[in-house]
Design a protein around this ligand. Structure first.
Ligand SMILES: Cc1ncc(COP(=O)(O)O)c(C=O)c1O
Length: 386
């Protein structure tokens, strides 16, 4: 149940396809309650004191084992640090690994709220082109040359290669390899936001950039926000042991210990109890049905001149609008009709607005279909008034 004290509150009568959240009805609340009880039963043991800087040993080990099996690529506990989720981790990594004035590259469009985190840091955020196969690695090479010729340093690239937010696109296999090779050669730190990896809907996710790169090139940011519950605020970073030690030793962790010690201990217990695979499978089944319902309804209701992505996982479908109906003009018309979305302009840096993001996880199929019908009407109205 979304209540007035949560981050996003649904307006009466509005199908809120702008919210990029998991469905609260699918949170495994009873199993989490059981895990909470178990970690408190012995007086709080490891869960209530300040935690080890890099997080509970049990969770680091369990995650290492899980990721090793998932990706058929060895990940050790020493290469894993527990965070307060991807947002916190991105903020902390930018603090620790970037210098004022550095250039940080992003693909565009990108996760709009990551742009907010980047804006909190004294770095220059610049764009790399993105297409139906994901980040354009040739464009990345050109951008790296351009910045170098200008005498500046590209410190990092923030990218979401697997079920991208906002488009749902998955970076093509050949591009994954080319991207890590290029970044390794040029000394660019890749910040791989991998929050949707487990939520593939058709076939298992492609290898992470982390698993393809030499150690030290990629920091992979993972989270339990989408597969368990975002309110837990538990995620992790994979990096080289040196990078992990650097984060663990930073002032924040040195002062407060692991930033999510209690919740991370609960997650460790939940994983030990063996519930996680069934939870992820339940989410995949529900979200697959919802994605298919939304795609079918978009095909039926969107007018000519619109197109949309077919995501193989994650939370989002991206609609490309005709030039005569920019996202910001469609939005009020859509909200009048009872449906909302994120206009492209929020995911870009340059005012580009020929698109919109729809999230398919929060509503059942019938409401998604109704949302698509209302959206189709709004786009037609925008075209008619242009
Ligand atoms: C790509 C991406 N990164 C990060 C986040 C936020 O992750 P967390 O809840 O772990 O901070 C989201 C949530 O929408 C997301 O889509």
């Amino acid at each position: 149940v979304i209540t007035a004290s949560t981050q996003n509150v649904a307006r009466p009568g509005m199908i809120e396809l702008a919210f990029g959240e998991p469905d609260p009805a699918l949170f495994p609340a009873a199993d989490i309650a059981e895990a909470c009880h178990a970690v408190l039963a012995d007086g709080g043991g490891e869960a209530l004191p300040y935690g080890a800087n890099a997080g509970p040993a049990a969770l680091r080990r369990l995650l290492g084992e899980r990721l090793t099996t998932l990706e058929r690529h060895a990940v050790s506990a020493d290469e894993t640090l527990i965070t307060g989720g991807n947002s916190q981790a991105l903020d902390q990594i930018l603090t620790l690994f970037c210098e004022p004035g550095d250039v940080v590259l992003v693909e565009l469009p990108t996760y709009s709220l990551a742009l907010g985190i980047l804006r909190d840091h004294p770095v220059h955020v610049e764009a790399v082109a993105f297409d139906a196969l994901g980040l354009d690695v040739d464009a990345l090479l050109r951008k790296l040359d351009e910045v170098r010729h200008g005498g500046r340093t590209v410190r990092a690239l923030y990218t979401i290669p697997t079920y991208h937010n906002p488009t749902g696109v998955c970076l093509a296999g050949a591009r994954r390899r080319a991207l890590v090779e290029l970044c390794a050669e040029r000394g660019v730190l890749v910040l791989e936001d991998d929050v949707y990896r487990e939520l593939w809907l058709d076939k298992p996710s492609p290898p992470s950039l982390w698993s393809l790169a030499p150690r030290g090139v990629v920091l992979r940011l993972g989270s339990f926000a989408k597969t368990l519950a975002p309110g837990l605020r538990v995620g992790w970073v994979n990096g080289s042991t040196e990078q992990i030690e650097r984060v663990a030793a930073c002032g924040l962790n040195d002062s407060g210990g692991c930033v999510s010690q209690f919740a991370a201990s609960v997650v460790a217990r939940y994983l030990q109890d063996g519930h996680y695979d069934a939870q992820v499978e339940r989410l995949r089944a529900a979200y697959r049905e919802r994605r298919d319902a939304l795609l079918a309804a978009l095909a039926e209701h969107l007018p000519d001149g619109c197109s949309f992505t077919i995501p193989g996982g994650g939370f989002f479908v991206w609609v490309t609008l005709p030039g005569s109906a920019p996202g910001q003009e469609v939005l009020p018309l859509a909200e009048e009709r009872g449906v909302s979305f994120v206009p492209a302009v929020r995911s870009h840096l340059d005012g580009y607005d020929r698109g919109l993001r729809l999230c398919f996880t929060m509503y059942e199929s019938g409401q998604l279909a109704e949302g698509a019908r209302r959206l189709g009407e709004a786009v037609r109205a925008a075209i008619a008034q242009s």
